[in-house]
Design a protein. Structure first.
Lengths: 292, 471
């Protein structure tokens, strides 16, 4: 079995149990063994106030993965961005690497650059293969129109992250299509969800999220598919506020819940309500078909 | 007697393990406080003095003598002594008379056995008594048993008397905390009960530091040089606050920073063997600390997300004031208000900021910016405003260009820094390869360090007078 270390984003443990449940059941159904390394925060929230706090937080996680000789798999885009960027900095800046390793001596940890940070979508694309995902599909999500939200830290800065084309990405669209669902073209797929300033400038954060939700709805989507828990929290909070005011608001779904649903994983195992996916009622009877 | 010795041995084994962990092994993130040392020393004194006392009494000839003088006929003294020396561990200076042992046994069984079991059952004390045998007579002559009794007795009394005021109160509070944690769901608990539980939780902490070992922000404790980032240390500070002890301004600031430098990931709560809702404690302490009015710079970050999500449970004015305060503190530190006429002085040779940005791998070099405004065009925050410059102070290209010119106060006091999302749209599109977003992050670091008056961060040049026009 292929073992991986899963990075648990600080935002998912208390607030998004379904997020971790969906990650775990998807990875295990695809034959991955999950190793818990007691990783800490990636440091992303410290970046505004202290560069060293950001670097050393990520570096400690990289060093733990390096020591365990395991790939570090993230689902949170902000964790992914931070770990990748810090990994890049430590590889290219000798003085910073030396200083960081010195700070970790007490824990007998070091970063030599052998740890690999990988996003779940990357694992699906490169290790599992999207063709194989389609083959293994037991339930098509055909008829579901999805607006794919890439957001920021999955793709940018592309010179460092190198996950996909930063101006016209296709990775998330391809994964969504592998579930049988349709990916609708829309204009705001690369825009920020507003979460980085949530709690700091709530008005700005809310506007950004509202604009995204409206844009996806205008494009004819049934739901917006997100990757990062920060995006999910932000968009879902704003969606619920809109819904509470009786305004139209798109449901937000997690990409690993979509993929899991298409592979026949029970909704409860992914922390989902059985009716969470807004599948068109007419197509519900077609569940279980291999093709959509 | 056997049980007493067994429990004593378990106690001392525990004390030894705790002492080893705290004073010898010293693993990272398990800090030892005075309260921990007190508990270990107290328990060690009680346990060791108890065992030595038992051992001294077994060997004590004077104890034997006083019992014989009180209860036995003078003629029975010699056989009893022979038996007690042979079987009960008494150490006598007189030569041993084995022929009297049998007679002594009869007398012992008739008169003494009801109260005095064989010391063999007290396996720890008996072993120590055997070790002490060579010095037993001298120890007895010096009144060793009496001294040990005084030490043992008073250590127990001191421990009991101070129990409600020391760490040892967790003996009472922890079981209740565990019961409460098992019985109720803290998310749905009545607020009044939750407050009572929080008070109880402060006492249930054994300072075992399991929370700090699993703390996702533990690295920040080292980097910021603030022990209060670690949950175990925050507990101690909150206990001081509750007891009404006045903390110095610096201590209070450290506690506030510690409470704010928390991702609310709840790993500490999950790890706590005493069932303490640590994150609940931080949340309630955070608002009380922020209400003091001291700017908390950590709030200008995604660490505010959780507070924002629960803003409906906070008083709206207090909620807003706490996040506005650090912004205002930074703005007033850099004299942003004085720039209302939008003219600034160019100061030759003020290249510190550019040096900090340009030479570093952190920012990709801001020096090659030629002011094409691509970053500003790409910025989603700029797009939010009809009059972006008025709302944001400086636009992204102005931030980078002003930083090139070394206009520290102008750049570092700009509101743009704190509305920047870090979304990397600008950096992705920059034709000159300037790390615009990375520059923003770096400037935020410098602004906070200077406004917070951290060591090594000096004030920028004095507020600029009229002069050249910037970008």
């Amino acid at each position: 079995m292929n073992q991986v270390a899963v990075m648990r984003c600080c935002a998912t443990a208390p607030l998004l149990e379904q997020y971790e449940a969906a990650t775990d059941s998807l990875l295990s159904s695809l034959g991955f063994g999950i190793v818990e390394l007691d990783l800490g925060c990636c440091g992303y929230p410290l970046r505004n106030s202290r560069f060293e706090g950001w670097v050393r937080s990520s570096a400690r996680n990289l060093a733990l993965a390096e020591r365990a000789k395991l790939d570090l798999v993230t689902v949170c885009s902000c964790c992914f961005g931070s770990l990748k960027q810090v990994d890049h900095l430590l590889r290219t800046d000798d003085a910073l690497r030396a200083e960081t390793n010195r700070a970790m001596e007490g824990e007998r940890l070091t970063c030599s650059g052998t740890a690999r940070v990988r996003h779940l979508l990357e694992v699906l694309r490169d290790d599992v293969g999207l063709a194989r995902l389609e083959e293994r599909r037991t339930r098509s999500l055909a008829g579901l129109r999805i607006a794919c939200h890439y957001g920021c830290h999955l793709l940018r800065p592309s010179a460092v992250l190198k996950l996909d084309d930063a101006t016209s990405p296709s990775l998330l669209d391809d994964v969504v299509r592998a579930t049988g669902a349709q990916s609708v073209p829309w204009g705001a797929q690369l825009d920020c969800c507003g979460s980085p300033v949530a709690g700091v400038n709530d008005e700005l954060a809310r506007h950004l999220a509202e604009r995204k939700l409206a844009s996806a709805r205008d494009a004819g989507a049934d739901a917006m598919c997100v990757v990062c828990p920060y995006c999910w929290l932000q968009l879902d909070v704003v969606r619920r506020t809109l819904a509470g005011r009786g305004e139209p608001a798109l449901p937000v779904v997690l990409v690993h819940q979509l993929v899991g649903a298409s592979l026949g994983i029970a909704p409860e195992a992914m922390g989902m309500a059985p009716d969470a996916l807004p599948l068109p009622a007419a197509r519900q009877g077609g569940n279980g078909a291999r093709h959509g | 007697v056997f049980l007493r010795d067994l429990l004593g041995a378990i106690l001392l084994a525990g004390v030894a393990a705790a002492a080893y962990r705290r004073f010898v092994a010293r693993p990272p993130r398990r800090p030892t406080s005075g309260a921990d040392t007190y508990a270990i020393v107290l328990l060690a004194v009680i346990g060791l003095s108890g065992i030595l006392l038992g051992a001294a009494k077994i060997g004590s000839y004077s104890s034997f003598r006083s019992m014989v003088d009180t209860y036995a006929a003078p003629a029975d003294a010699a056989p009893l002594e022979a038996y007690w020396v042979a079987r009960m561990g008494t150490v006598s200076a007189a030569p041993h008379r084995p022929e009297l042992v049998e007679r002594g046994r009869e007398l012992h069984e008739a008169a003494c056995a009801a109260c005095h079991a064989s010391p063999r059952a007290a396996f720890v004390v008996d072993a120590v008594a055997a070790v002490l045998r060579p010095v037993s007579l001298r120890l007895d002559a010096a009144g060793g048993a009496r001294v040990l009794w005084v030490i043992h007795f008073y250590a127990c009394i001191v421990g009991l008397a101070l129990l409600p005021f020391t760490k040892m109160f967790h003996l009472v509070a922890t079981p209740i905390s565990l019961l409460a944690a098992a019985a109720g769901d803290r998310r749905t608990a009545d607020p009044a009960n939750a407050a009572t539980l929080r008070a109880l939780h402060l006492d249930a902490c054994t300072h075992c530091c399991a929370c700090s070992v699993h703390c996702s922000m533990a690295v920040a404790s080292d980097v910021y040089g603030n022990a209060n980032v670690l949950p175990s240390e925050k507990m101690a500070a909150l206990r001081s606050l509750r007891s009404g002890r006045a903390l110095e301004a610096g201590e209070l600031r450290a506690v506030q920073d510690g409470v704010c430098l928390c991702t609310s990931c709840e790993r500490c709560t999950v790890a706590c063997p005493s069932g303490i809702d640590l994150v609940g404690l931080w949340a309630s302490a955070k608002e009380a600390l922020l209400a003091r009015g001291e700017p908390a710079y950590a709030l200008l970050s995604p660490l505010s997300l959780r507070r924002g999500l629960s803003s409906d449970r906070l008083e709206p004015a207090a909620y807003r004031a706490a996040v506005e305060r650090p912004r205002q503190a930074i703005a007033s530190h850099f004299g942003t208000a004085a720039l209302a006429d939008r003219t600034v002085a160019l100061q030759a040779g003020n290249g510190r900021l550019l040096a900090a940005l340009g030479a570093s791998s952190r920012t990709g070099g801001a020096g090659s910016c030629f002011g094409c405004k691509t970053c500003t065009t790409a910025c989603p925050v700029v797009r939010e405003h009809a009059e972006p410059q008025q709302a944001l102070g400086l636009l992204p290209h102005q931030v980078v260009y002003s930083a090139r010119l070394g206009l520290e106060g102008l750049v570092l006091g700009s509101r743009m820094l704190w509305d920047c999302l870090g979304c990397y749209q600008c950096q992705e599109l920059c034709p000159q390869g300037v790390g615009v977003t990375d520059v923003m992050y770096q400037l935020k670091n410098v602004a906070i360090a200077q406004a917070a008056g951290l060591a090594g961060a000096d004030r920028p040049a004095a507020a600029p007078a009229r002069g050249g026009r910037a970008a």
